[in-house]
Design a protein around this ligand. Structure first.
Ligand code: OGA
Ligand code: NI
Length: 344
């Protein structure tokens, strides 16, 4: 057993506590089309308010497709580093392969492959507010396999439909029109991330992903049966494991829904603990709007008693800021919706 690279060592605050609560409290919601829609809406509303996380079953996405994604992803991550690095992300293109994000000087114990749901997306050239230039983000596909690309493209098309449906249900639960933000996702920046977490011999020193919130509207996550995702319970701040449930997707409220809902539904912190013996795969779909979208609390939810709690922000600039290259990002804090907060 070698020594751990100091870049992976998490601060004490980030380290998993040995006390782990072994219960599955995260609500599981049945999305069968035959169910009464108002019941589904009310279950989703309650889950968003209490947890910011829920799982969905009978969502209509065939489990074979999920399995194909896992097979292709395993083949990809099993290739030589040299092969994988041919599609490596760099300062100019945030899509492709990389090994671990830097969060505050600490690296996550994982490898990643990112691709856009709508290829050739327009994004701001820089995160500087006055710079109006745009550039194109392009997917980088491995040359060795047509199947990889076809499987991933089919998967993202399917999950996109589910993401639209879920957002509609969430908006309905807030008393808003289900299609209110549909147009914001034309030319979307949504992306799918293939996460590969190798076994880690230092479970007390490293995390698969350090604590964070997703900057998406919502995230649709597929995970295998290994487990490791933990959610910070709103009532007491305890880390609660999300128990793998076959064929279910894990849904979480992201920062954009928090702002749209004016804090009614919070984007909740989560993290991934490592496993000493097993490798783990997970596949989040981050539902991001187009670059020109202005994110702000919904007017329908704001009044004198409940004034807007956030200033508006441009999503493209937020995205550009978050996607600065790892190198530049090492010592700066990620931009957060907190930076646009007016009221606590
Ligand atoms: C993420 C994330 C969870 C997981 O990539 O943002 O929270 O289980 N992943 O991999
Ligand atoms: Ni996340």
């Amino acid at each position: 057993m070698g020594n751990i690279d100091p870049a992976f060592v998490q601060s004490t605050e980030h380290r998993p506590k040995s006390k782990v609560v072994e219960v599955n409290e995260i609500p599981v919601i049945d999305l069968s089309e035959s169910r009464d829609e108002s019941l589904v809406v009310s279950e989703i509303g309650k889950a968003c308010e209490k947890w910011g996380f829920f799982q969905v079953i009978n969502h209509g996405i065939p489990s074979e497709l999920g399995k194909e994604v896992e097979i292709e992803a395993k083949k990809f991550f099993g290739r030589d580093l040299e092969e994988k690095r041919k599609v490596r992300r760099d300062e100019f293109n945030a899509m492709g392969y990389h090994d671990g994000e830097h969060t505050k000087n600490v690296r996550d114990w994982k490898e990643v492959f990112d691709y856009l749901v709508e290829d050739n997306a327009q994004v701001p050239s820089s995160y500087e507010p006055h710079d109006k230039d745009l550039r194109t983000l392009t997917n980088q596909w491995p040359q060795h396999s047509v199947d990889f690309r076809e499987t991933m493209e089919e998967y993202s098309r399917e999950v996109e439909k589910l993401a639209h449906r879920l957002l509609g249900l969430i908006l309905s639960s807030l008393g808003l029109a289900a299609d209110k933000f549909h147009g914001c996702f034309k030319n979307q920046l949504s992306m799918v991330r293939l996460n590969y977490y190798p076994p880690c011999p230092f479970p007390d020193l490293a995390l698969g992903v350090g604590r964070h919130k997703d900057s998406s509207a919502l995230t649709v996550l597929a995970q295998d049966d290994v487990g490791g995702l933990q959610v910070k319970r709103k009532s007491d701040g305890e880390w609660i494991p999300v128990k793998p449930c076959p064929d279910a997707f894990i849904i979480n409220v992201g920062d954009i829904v928090q702002v749209w809902s004016n804090d009614k539904y919070e984007s909740v912190e989560h993290r991934v603990v490592v496993n000493t013996t097993k490798e783990r795969f997970s596949v989040p779909f981050f539902f991001f709007p187009a670059h020109h979208v202005t994110v702000k609390p919904c007017e329908e939810l704001v009044n004198e008693q409940n004034p807007a709690r956030f200033r508006e922000y441009n999503y493209g600039k937020f995205f550009a800021n978050r996607n600065r290259s790892d190198f530049k990002k090492r010592d700066v804090e990620n931009i957060q919706i907190q930076h646009f907060r007016i009221l606590d």
